[in-house]
Write a protein that binds this ligand. Structure first.
Ligand code: GAL
Length: 432
């Protein structure tokens, strides 16, 4: 197959309902999945994700339980690979896809992350399923536009998560004499000495992907949504003075974190906040499930959240989606699973527990309470500016993202923003 490596037209910003970017190219010779008739399915169904551990597994379990309830004779093989944001899972998946040994359905972020699989004909065309289920009427057009490649749809988004969330311990702020979370990163830097004087770590951090997650949100907060979106489509110059200043701000912010004792994953990075030893962490809203469900913390009193500094009115989004892999063993089960993942019932069972909101527009608002009421409202607010996440697969293709991560590892230890900007810019030219 001739693979065209066209760049994503990642206009990862839109005002109100008009979201994001145009689809990109890729010759298609992958199979087309035939929708199946209703009725319980049976046999073995291997489900592949990185949803394991507290905060990530609860929503998945609820959805798999519903799948089992609807299909009592199915044997679900829950093939999880540990590691937040799928860093380890994606490596395992790549090997399996390479050797044509796919699971029956696997998790991918909606957006640029699935492109390579589409181009390599690893996933089937699900357009007929969308038509059969009338999903074009219930998924936002902007989201469908983003995941449509050459007029075809290859994955089913089960949720929308928000990346730009600042989680904090209100009691820790109070102890340090701080009246509220910072509105800008400069304000955070002013608060940091006060927090330290009270024996509180200003910011916690985990492995490289969490450092990337922080980076995207510092860039967003410092540059604003338009210039941030431009980083991913070549219209914002990585080597400009503004971007360099934002990168240097990132280094200053990171200096106020526990980088030297960084946590092994996102959950242990939140523990010092729960214990009152740290004030802030920037993480996606799967964190809500960790605080609320896994750690039984009370919303607003034990933990609280606001938009990451400088990002009020902006929704930095990502979406988990599921596929029908070419060569999977149990096509009927895969189709039944995808139907459930895309259904109103499935999304309203999964998302309130997962900390996300439905990708569909007809979710039941009464199920999204506490923290979840905020993204539920913001996502569809016509004044909200929507941009896409780098760390979670929306805006950069896998090759560029991998190069950014390599350069980031070096940047975090050296603080050399000029070198980082130049590496990212030349990688874009090479990988787009
Ligand atoms: C994200 C994923 C979320 C959550 C998080 C932490 O990439 O989209 O659903 O699982 O990683 O693992």
């Amino acid at each position: 197959m001739a693979v065209r490596r066209r760049g994503l037209a990642a206009v990862a910003l839109a005002v109100a309902a008009s979201l994001l970017m145009a689809a990109c190219g890729g010759d298609d010779d992958s199979g087309s999945a035939a929708p199946t008739s209703a009725g319980p399915v049976s046999g073995k169904f291997e489900f592949f994700s990185w949803w394991t551990g507290p905060g990530d597994s609860e929503g998945k379990q609820a959805l798999l339980d519903l799948f089992k309830q609807q299909n009592p004779s199915i044997t679900i093989v829950d093939a999880v690979v540990a590691g937040g944001s799928g860093t380890n899972a994606q490596a395992v998946l790549a090997t399996r896809l390479q050797s044509n040994d796919p699971p029956d359905s696997y998790q991918r972020h909606a957006g640029a992350e699935l492109l390579a699989d589409i181009q390599a004909a690893k996933v089937k065309d699900l357009t007929a399923l969308y038509d059969q289920e009338k999903w074009r009427d219930v998924f936002p057009k902007s989201l469908l536009d983003m995941i449509t490649v050459d007029g075809k749809l290859y994955s089913v988004p089960v949720n929308i998560h928000r990346s730009n969330v600042l989680w904090y311990n209100p009691k820790a702020l109070e102890k340090a004499g701080i009246s509220g979370p910072p509105k800008t990163w400069d304000e955070f830097l002013q608060q940091a000495p006060k927090l330290k004087a009270a024996g509180i770590t200003p910011l916690t951090i985990g492995p490289l992907w969490t450092q990337e997650h922080l980076l995207e949100n510092v860039l967003l907060g410092e540059l604003g949504p338009e210039a941030y979106a431009g980083l991913w489509n070549g219209s914002t110059d990585w080597e400009s003075t503004e971007v360099k200043a934002a990168l240097d701000k990132y280094t200053a912010v990171l200096k106020q974190s526990n980088l030297k004792q960084s946590a092994a994953d996102w959950q242990p990075a939140l523990d010092p906040i729960i214990e009152g030893d740290a004030a802030y962490n920037v993480m996606g809203d799967w964190a809500n499930t960790y605080f609320l469900t896994a750690k039984k913390q009370a919303w607003e009193t034990d933990y609280n959240a606001t938009t990451a500094p400088g990002t009020e009115g902006v929704f930095n989004f990502l979406s988990d989606s599921f596929t029908d892999p070419v060569g999977a063993n149990n096509e009927a089960a895969t189709m039944a699973w995808l139907k459930l993942a895309g259904s109103k019932e499935g999304q309203d069972v999964f998302n309130p527990i997962k900390g996300s909101i439905p990708a569909r527009t007809d979710g039941d608002p009464s199920k999204y309470t506490g923290y979840s009421a905020i993204p539920f409202k913001d996502w569809t607010d016509k004044n909200t500016k929507i941009v896409g996440s780098l760390t979670h697969g929306v805006v950069a293709n896998n090759a560029w993202k991998a190069d950014i991560e390599t350069a980031l590892g070096d940047f975090v230890s050296s603080g050399d923003s000029a070198k980082f900007a130049s590496a990212v810019k030349s990688a874009y030219e090479q990988d787009k």
